[in-house]
Design a protein around this ligand. Structure first.
Ligand code: NAD
Ligand code: MG
Length: 395
C-alpha cells in the first residue's frame, strides 16, 4: 500500500491530537508531512519529533525562534515556518495528499481555502471556514477538484447515510430531510433566568464530548448546531427547508437522513471524534480508530426532543443567517467569535452571547459575497462592531 502524506493544521488542539492518534494506529497507510499550531511550541515540537515531520509551522511569527530551539533540543529535523505563509505552505505543499483542517474559527479560513485551491483532499473540522465562505469555498474546491470530507461528527454521519448520487442533488437521491442531532449541551435543562450566572468552566464542561473551549461554549449556546446547519447546507447542497435539528442528549445517534419512502438512516457510535476522523481519512475504506464499541444492549433510553429556540436563540439566529445568505453567515460567525472570547475572558455574561450576535446582525446590512476578499471584509466589519458592543457593555 502506498503511504499518504497528511498535513495537520491545528495539530495541538483536540481534533489535531485525535488525528495523530488515529494516524499512529495506521502507520503503514499514513505519514505526516506538516504540523501547525498557534502558540503551543512545546507540544508542536514534541509532535514533530514523535512523527519525524518535515515541516513545522507556528502561526505566531514571534515564536519562530522558540520553535527552532525546541526542535533542536529534541533532535527533530523539521523545517520551520510561521504566519500565514507557513500555514499556506503546510496546506498546499506538493508532497501533501490530505489536509486535516483543524484550526478553530475564521483563523482557519485562509489555509483551508488554500488547500482547496491546491486540489487537496480536505478533512474539514474547521466548520467556520465553510460557514463564512460557503459558496465561494465550495466553488474553489470544485474548480480544483479538491474533495471535502466532513469530520464534524454530524456531517460525517450524514455523509455515511447518503447514497453517492447525493452530489447530483438531494431531491434526485430521494432525500426528504437532513436531521442534525444536538446533545443540547450542559444547560439543556437550565432555566433561562440562570444563564447570567454560568461560568466559563461550567460552559466548557460538556456532558458527552471533550473539545476545545470555543466549540464547547458554542455547544452550550447551541450556536454550534447553528453553524452546523449552515455547514450542512454547503456540504450537501441542501436547501434551508431540507435541514432540521433534533436534540438527542445521549449523543449516540450522530445524525440522520430521512428519505421519501419513509426510511430514516442513522449513523451511531460512541461519542469519540476518532470515528469520523478515521472515516474521513480512509474513505471509502475503513480503518482501526481505537474507539470503544457501542453496547446497545446497555442503552435503554435513547431519546429525542425538539430544540428550545427561546432559551437558545443562537440556533434561530443561525437559521436566519442561512436563509438570508450572502454575507449574513460571516457576520453571524464573526460576532459569535468575539462574543465567545469575551465570555471566556469574563467580560460578558453567558446570556449576553445571543444578544451580541443578534444586535450585530441587525445592524450590518447583508451584502453580496463574490470572493475571499469580500468574506474577509464582512468578517472584519462584524468583528469591529462586536468589539465595540463588548466595550460599551463594560463601559
Ligand atoms: P482547539 O482549540 O482544541 O484547537 C485549535 C487548534 O487551532 C490548535 O492547534 C491551535 O493551536 C490552533 N489555532 C488556534 N488559533 C489559531 C490561529 N489564530 N492561527 C493558527 N492556528 C490556530 O479546537 P478543536 O476543538 O480541536 O476544534 C478545531 C475545529 O474543529 C473547530 O473549528 C471546531 O469547531 C471543529 N470541531 C471540533 C470538534 C471537537 O470534538 N473538538 C468536533 C467537531 C468540529
Ligand atoms: Mg459537531
Amino acid at each position: 500500500m502506498t503511504q499518504q502524506n497528511v498535513s495537520v493544521l491545528g495539530s495541538t488542539g483536540s481534533i489535531g491530537r485525535n488525528t495523530l492518534d488515529v494516524i499512529e494506529r495506521n502507520p503503514d497507510r499514513y505519514r505526516i508531512s506538516a504540523l501547525s499550531a498557534n502558540r503551543n511550541v512545546d507540544r508542536l515540537a514534541e509532535q514533530c519529533a514523535r512523527f519525524d515531520v518535515g515541516l513545522a509551522v507556528i502561526a505566531d511569527p514571534l515564536l519562530e525562534d522558540d520553535l527552532v530551539e525546541a526542535l533542536r533540543r529534541l533532535e527533530a529535523r523539521a523545517d520551520v515556518m510561521s504566519g500565514s505563509a507557513g500555514l499556506n505552505e503546510a496546506a498546499g505543499m506538493t508532497r501533501t495528499d490530505i489536509v486535516m483542517a483543524a484550526i478553530v474559527g475564521a483563523a482557519g479560513l485562509e489555509s483551508t481555502f488554500h488547500a482547496a485551491r491546491c486540489g487537496k483532499k480536505i478533512l474539514l473540522a474547521n466548520k467556520e471556514s465553510l460557514v463564512i465562505a460557503g459558496e465561494v469555498f465550495v466553488a474553489e474546491a470544485n474548480r480544483n477538484e479538491a474533495k471535502i470530507l466532513p469530520v464534524d461528527s454530524e456531517h460525517n454521519a450524514i455523509f455515511q447515510a447518503l447514497p453517492p448520487q447525493f452530489e447530483d442533488g438531494l431531491e434526485a437521491a430521494g432525500v426528504r430531510k437532513i436531521i442534525l442531532t444536538a446533545s443540547g449541551g450542559p444547560f439543556r435543562e437550565m432555566p433561562a433566568d440562570q444563564f447570567h450566572l454560568v461560568t466559563p468552566a461550567q460552559a466548557c464542561n460538556h456532558p458527552n464530548w471533550s473539545m476545545g473551549r470555543k466549540i464547547s461554549v458554542d455547544s452550550a449556546t447551541l450556536m454550534n448546531k447553528g453553524l452546523e446547519v449552515i455547514e450542512a447546507r454547503w456540504l450537501f447542497n441542501a436547501r434551508p427547508d431540507q435541514i432540521e435539528v433534533l436534540v438527542h442528549p445521549q449523543s449516540i445517534v450522530h445524525s440522520m437522513v430521512a428519505y421519501r419512502d419513509g426510511s430514516v438512516l442513522a449513523q451511531m457510535g460512541t461519542p469519540d471524534m476518532r470515528t469520523p476522523i478515521a472515516h474521513a481519512l480512509a474513505w471509502p475504506d475503513r480503518i482501526e480508530a481505537g474507539v470503544d464499541r457501542l453496547n446497545l444492549s446497555q442503552m435503554n433510553d435513547l431519546s429525542f426532543e425538539a430544540p428550545d429556540l427561546e432559551r437558545f436563540p443562537c440556533l434561530g439566529l443561525a437559521f436566519e443567517a442561512m436563509k438570508a445568505g450572502a454575507s449574513a453567515p460571516a457576520t453571524l460567525n464573526a460576532a459569535n467569535e468575539v462574543a465567545v472570547d469575551a465570555f471566556l475572558d469574563n467580560r460578558i455574561g453567558f446570556d449576553r452571547i445571543p444578544q451580541l450576535v443578534g444586535s450585530v446582525m441587525e445592524r450590518i446590512e447583508v451584502s453580496a459575497v463574490q470572493n475571499l476578499e469580500d468574506v474577509k471584509e464582512c468578517d472584519r466589519k462584524a468583528r469591529h462592531m462586536a468589539k465595540q458592543w463588548v466595550d460599551q457593555s463594560n463601559g
